[in-house]
Ligand binder design. Structure first.
Ligand SMILES: [Zn+2]
Length: 147
């Protein structure tokens, strides 16, 4: 169950309904941010309950926008490893440096995370054609999840 409450403009703060297709803010043209009932999330979610869930980003589904699990499109994104980077850390003067290897996501980049969520939500809202500006990685992820 998603705890999505509304969409909010990242610049002007205008509020929009979350259960209909929205683009950018009609007032100022800036991106809209998904907002959630975080108070309710803090009462519903605890570390123990999360540990028993699927090892993908969908583990945190209350804080993702898809309301009905039937619309989730997942290729196993997320749950990528953290790798200790001791020598790079020494070089940079950082004592305990770790790097998340997002190249192990299904489309080879972290873009798999966002596009899994975006395409799932678009499907749930009835969208059947998708396009986006991209230098490459996001478009590849969109194509994978769209297919
Ligand atoms: Zn705005």
């Amino acid at each position: 169950m998603s705890l999505l409450t509304h969409l909010e403009c990242s610049k002007c703060g205008a509020i929009y309904e979350a259960d209909r297709v929205q683009g950018i803010c009609p007032r100022c043209g800036k991106p809209l941010l998904a907002r959630y009932d975080l108070e309710r999330a803090s009462s519903l979610l605890d570390k123990e309950a999360l540990r028993s869930r699927v090892p993908t980003l969908w583990r945190y589904r209350e804080l993702l926008p898809v309301r009905d699990d039937r619309y989730i499109i997942s290729l196993g994104e997320g749950w990528t490893p953290l790798l200790r980077a001791e020598r790079l850390g020494d070089h940079l003067g950082l004592r305990d440096l770790w790097i998340k290897d997002e190249g192990l996501n299904p489309t080879g980049t972290f873009k798999a995370r966002g596009l899994s969520v975006a395409v799932s939500r678009a499907l749930e809202l009835g969208v059947r054609r998708l396009a986006m500006p991209s230098a490459g990685n996001a478009a590849a992820a969109l194509a994978a999840y769209g297919a």
